[in-house]
Design a protein around this ligand. Structure first.
Ligand code: C5P
Length: 358
């Protein structure tokens, strides 16, 4: 190895955090000719994150993946390996050598529950593609990165936004949104919380409760197709309204005031209940325990509740854990539910809209 540009000379692994997401709203607009569904959803990334690293292997090796933490199923089916392979394909023109970019050893620490409606696998895929490209020293332009992400799965492009976003189409059209604005001072759009009131201060945070039942997203969409759906378009209206407010920046108190509308704004909830009927009594018990609105993320089974601060969400998490420990709250599935307090990550830079008409 005498080429100083050779990526194999890189010291140490490339490391990425792969955040979970929650859908604050999820409107399903209809079935598309390609079998997917058109969505209108406000998604936010969380500080609950998987940890991923990739290192370059010697010539002749093949990609490997080692996983710790939550079990994501067979390694060969893991999106991380598919993502590295897809990134290698997309990197070829830029790479410009006869041989393909070298094999990678990936390590994944899974802290996000699997098949939970938190898009952990999709986030891992986004992080793996990004880490692989950096390991090879290849830069793709934003459109090429977006094409690569969309190819990997409907939830993957969202993780390119780096913060709250409106997600439309099958998940491939995304518009980055603002987040909180300062409660005091001039109520103008130049005071988003990303600059004036970082998420570490008293910004609204989420309690997450994930019963130990894996829910298949395709099965939930099939149940929606079969008629397990709410009528009236309330989720769509709530989603459009929140998108508009977030574009300008919303005050924390106003977001908190929307909690019950947002908690009800998931068109997949009836379908998730049809696929896993045990969600219905579990949500009822959670509502009784928390005494506040409880929403479902994506196709479930993760429930969320909005709190005015991370400290309050952490107190609620303790209360839920205590209730589970005391046998007062019993989740469906072979293990107790996963419980966590999570901060919502707001972006610090403004990426361009992706996959949208200008
Ligand atoms: O794109 P991805 O493979 O993550 O999607 C998983 C499944 O979820 C799809 O096969 C499809 O059944 C369903 N889906 C959908 N409409 C979307 C996103 C996902 O029907 N917008």
């Amino acid at each position: 190895m005498t080429d100083p540009q050779d990526p194999a000379r890189r010291l140490g692994p490339v490391v990425r955090l792969a955040p979970a997401k929650v859908n604050l709203t999820l409107a399903v607009l209809g079935l598309r000719p390609d079998g997917y569904h058109d969505l209108h959803s406000i998604m936010v990334p969380l500080d609950l994150a998987d940890w991923l690293s990739v290192s370059i292997l010697s010539p002749g090796a093949t990609d490997t993946l080692h996983v710790n933490g939550f079990d994501p199923g067979p390694v060969a089916d893991n999106l991380v390996l598919r993502s590295i392979e897809a990134a290698r394909r997309h990197a070829r023109p830029e790479w410009g050598r006869a041989e393909p970019p070298p094999a990678l050893a990936a390590r994944l620490e899974k802290r996000i529950p699997v098949a939970a409606g938190l898009a952990g696998g999709s986030s891992d895929a986004a992080a793996a593609a990004d880490a692989a490209l950096e390991a090879w020293g290849v830069e793709l332009d934003p459109e090429a990165r977006h094409r690569l992400a969309a190819e990997l799965g409907s939830d993957v492009p969202f993780f390119l936004a780096g913060g709250p976003a409106l997600v439309e189409g099958r998940g491939d059209r995304l518009a980055p949104l603002g987040w909180l604005r300062a409660a005091t001072g001039s109520p103008d759009r130049d005071a988003p919380a990303t600059r004036d009131a970082p998420a570490t201060r008293d910004a609204p945070a989420l309690l997450l409760v994930t019963p130990a039942v894996a829910i298949s997203t395709p099965a939930v969409f099939r149940a929606w197709d079969a008629g397990a759906r709410a009528s009236g378009g309330a989720a769509r209206m709530a989603s459009a309204h929140l998108a508009e407010e977030l574009r300008r920046g919303i005050r924390a108190a106003d977001l908190m005031a929307r909690a019950s509308v947002l908690a009800a704004a998931n068109d997949l909830a009836p379908a998730a209940n049809a696929v896993e009927p045990a969600l219905v009594p579990f949500k009822r018990a959670l509502l009784r325990l928390l005494g506040r609105p409880v929403g479902l993320s994506g196709s479930g089974p993760t429930f969320w509740a909005l709190y005015a601060s991370h400290a309050e969400a952490a107190v609620a998490a303790d209360r839920v854990r205590d209730a589970i420990g005391a046998g007062e709250l019993i989740g469906p599935g072979p293990r107790p539910p996963f419980v966590a307090a999570a901060r919502i990550l707001a972006r610090t830079t403004e990426p361009a809209n992706l996959g949208r008409e200008p």
